[in-house]
Every structure is written in C-alpha cells, then in structure tokens.
Design a protein around this ligand. Structure first.
Ligand SMILES: C[S@@+](CC[C@H](N)C(=O)[O-])C[C@H]1O[C@@H](n2cnc3c(N)ncnc32)[C@H](O)[C@@H]1O
Length: 217
C-alpha cells in the first residue's frame, strides 16, 4: 500500500462518503501489489475460500485468487471495487472473486471461510475495528485462519490519516479478540519494521503488526 496519504477528514464524516472521496482523489491509490505480509503468511496455506475485509483496489484478493483461492472481497467504496473488478479481469481471475460493497460497521458474516484476511483495515473516520475483527474471527471455518495485518506505529512526520482507533500490537489484538483461547492457536504474533521514504524524502520506519490465528479443526 501507499504510505503517504494527505487529505482532510472529519470525525462526523460517514465511512461511505469519506472513502469514496478518498479513492476519487486519484485514478489509483495503492501500488497494485499484494501486501508483503499477506504473501509471507498465506503463500503456504492450502487454498480454499477466502474473505478479504477492506479489500480496496483488490491487489490482495487478486493475488489470493491467482494462488487458487475462491475470494470474496468487501469494501465500503464502490469506486475502489470498480477498480478492483477491472484489475481482476485484466489478471484473468475475475471468475474467482466476488466483490461486495458493504459497510463493515454493520456487517455480520453469513458463512465461514478457510481464510479471513484484514490488511490495514484502519480508518480516520468511524470504524469499530475490534467489533469487525471479532466478527471476522467468527467467520473463520474450523481449521481455517484469521490473518490481521495492521499499522502498529507511524513515523512522526507521516501524513497518514490518524486512525480512529488505537493501534494494538499483534499480541494485544489477540487478547482483545479472545483468540488466546483453547479453540485457537496463534501461529504468527509479530512486529515487522520496514523502511519508508516520506513525501519530502525523509527516511523512517513503519512498524506493522502481524497476527495469524488458526481455529481448531
Ligand atoms: C487503509 S485502506 C487498506 C486497503 C487495502 N486492504 C490495502 O492494504 O491496501 C482501508 C480500506 O478499508 C475500507 N474501509 C474503511 N472503512 C470501512 C467500512 N466501514 N466498511 C468497509 N470497508 C471499509 C476502505 O475503503 C479502504 O479500502
């Protein structure tokens, strides 16, 4: 994903409006490449059904589909999903992905998946992240995995919009979601530091939290 996002936002803005104008700012926001931690964590998983929460312009869902997964991608932005669908067609995996426009704030999964992935599901406007991630955990089929990758910290000069909720470590998130329970095993609980370059050439690091939890089969 892109590291520098600068725009105005307000606490009162609803997710639908905020994210639609966010994506309307440019023809393409994200890099088009799958997130590195998704690739690291999911490359060795046995493909099955996958759910991608906050799929944006679709790079992760498309990568999963190319690995053999049958994917459902959810996002609140219709514009992002239009781009995602076009990219999926270009990549020849359109038939393996279903795109759903939903506000995850009021989402309850109707079925279960072998992999539920949330990559950088953060927002500067209202986003009940832990409620959504708890629902995501309920959406994991027996034997399946929940993968949550998120920001753990930003460099001081970052113009990334301030997330609405605090940024937990992977270990904190596991506790918050009740995943340190007998029917879950925590396979990855990690902090990954990566170098980034800011808009004025500043160098710095970003820390990402990576949590892969498996539900007992
Ligand atoms: C920071 S972006 C990350 C996008 C993508 N997962 C990535 O890693 O590049 C957060 C995404 O979550 C979506 N999102 C934010 N709030 C949402 C909500 N309430 N319901 C559904 N999607 C939402 C946004 O539209 C956006 O695509």
């Amino acid at each position: 994903m892109s590291e520098h996002v600068g725009h105005n936002h307000g606490e009162t803005e609803v997710p639908d409006d905020f994210w639609e104008s966010f994506y309307a700012e440019r023809d393409q926001i994200w890099s088009g490449k799958p997130n590195a931690m998704l690739v690291r964590e999911a490359s060795d998983l046995q493909p099955g059904s996958a759910l991608e929460l906050g799929c944006g312009e679709g790079a992760d869902a498309i990568w999963l589909a190319a690995q053999g997964w049958q994917v459902t991608g959810i996002d609140v932005s219709g514009l992002a999903l239009e781009r995602a669908a076009k990219h999926a067609e270009d990549a020849g995996v359109a038939e393996k992905i279903q795109w759903l426009k939903r506000d995850l704030s009021s989402w309850e999964p109707a079925t279960q998946y072998d992999l539920v992935s949330a990559q950088f599901l953060h927002s500067p406007v209202e986003l009940p992240r832990n409620t959504i991630l708890a629902a995501a955990a309920r959406a994991v089929a027996p034997g399946g995995a929940l993968l949550v990758v998120g920001h753990e910290s930003f460099p001081s000069w970052s113009k990334h919009p301030e997330p609405h909720e605090p940024l937990p470590t992977a270990a904190e998130l596991a506790v918050e979601l009740g995943l340190n329970a007998p029917d879950w095993s925590l396979e990855t609980v990690d902090s990954v530091v990566r170098d980034i370059t800011g808009p004025e050439g500043q160098t710095g690091t970003l820390t990402d939290s990576v949590l892969l939890a498996r539900r007992a089969g």
